[in-house]
Design a protein. Structure first.
Length: 302
């Protein structure tokens, strides 16, 4: 039986298990599933697909999404192990491009998941993040008076995911007449979402809406607004519709989120590696879709 390696938790465990494998496919997540429901769902989807296909899934990842060098080192080590395919969610597409080229030069098929890379001819499996962010912006536009002050909590702009969500949200918010008074990165992190929101509130006391480019940051914004006794006056919309965000929406704290299909990303990534190994051709982009989540449908995402 072939062995499938999914990057996301511990490289040492991966290498120990891969050493006895006949073949190994690698899916490299850019963040650990522990503490982040999104990556946990990616992992779960990959494992479910692995079980369906009769292949083993092992998960490793850098300790944080901002730890670019750790991910580079992991992929270099995995290439040296002569794995049979890599589905990669790059922490920094530009920085990871050379190791992706190295994998291809070594005859190892590569696809990108969640975050689009810059290497030519590599299929991307994930969300149209600009469209998803525009969906969030449209919801805010329809529920806030024209001219209202709003803020954007950005992810890592060095990643295509972060840039696309920043661009899509800003274009949508400004396009309907809302005033974007702050755009700051909180690096996808809940604690940083809280502290950045505190700073934004200090400089913009009349703010009426916050778009968090992921739910972790949006939930941090909710905590800051609670502490400032402003949650009733400020709409918070996130992205991912993870279980914590769904619970917050149902509790009347977050107002909405945009659901991706992270389980599909993991599962489609596994399927793509198996298909490539079998000599099949992939489309340049496999879109996993987005859905607006409000109180009406949040129960489905808990």
């Amino acid at each position: 039986m072939k062995k499938l390696l999914l990057t996301g938790v511990a490289l040492s465990a991966l290498l120990a298990m891969a050493g006895s494998a006949n073949a190994a496919y690698v899916l490299g997540m850019k963040g650990p599933g522990a503490g982040n429901p999104f990556w946990a769902a990616v992992e779960a989807g990959a494992k479910a697909k692995g079980a369906e296909l009769g292949v083993e899934v092992i998960v490793v990842a850098p300790p944080a999404e901002s730890d670019v060098q750790a991910q580079i080192t992991q992929i270099e080590d995995l290439i040296a192990q002569k794995v049979d395919g890599i589905a990669l969610a790059p922490t920094d597409p530009n920085a990871l491009a050379p190791v992706v080229d190295a994998a291809k030069a070594a005859g190892i098929p590569v696809v990108f998941v969640d975050t689009r890379g810059i290497n030519d001819g590599v299929t991307f499996i994930g969300t149209n993040n600009e469209v998803g962010a525009a969906l969030a912006a449209d919801f805010m536009c329809k529920n806030l008076p024209a001219g209202s002050e709003v803020a954007i909590l950005q992810g890592l702009i060095s990643q295509s995911t972060g840039q696309a969500r920043a661009d899509g949200s800003k274009k949508g918010l400004e396009g309907c007449g809302l005033k974007v008074v702050a755009e700051q990165t909180a690096e996808w992190d809940r604690a940083k979402g809280l502290s950045v929101t505190e700073n934004i509130l200090a400089g913009n006391p009349n703010i009426k809406g916050i778009f968090g480019s992921n739910d972790n940051m949006a939930l941090g914004a909710v905590e800051a607004l609670k502490a400032a006794a402003k949650l009733a006056d400020v709409m918070v919309v996130g992205f991912d519709a993870n279980p914590d965000a769904a619970a917050s929406i149902l509790a009347g704290e977050m107002t909405a989120s945009v659901a991706q299909a992270p389980a599909n990303m993991g599962g489609f990534g596994i399927q793509a590696l198996v298909d490539l190994k079998a000599g099949k051709t992939l489309e340049p982009w496999i879109d996993t879709g987005t859905v607006l989540v409000t109180k009406e449908n949040a129960e489905q995402y808990k």
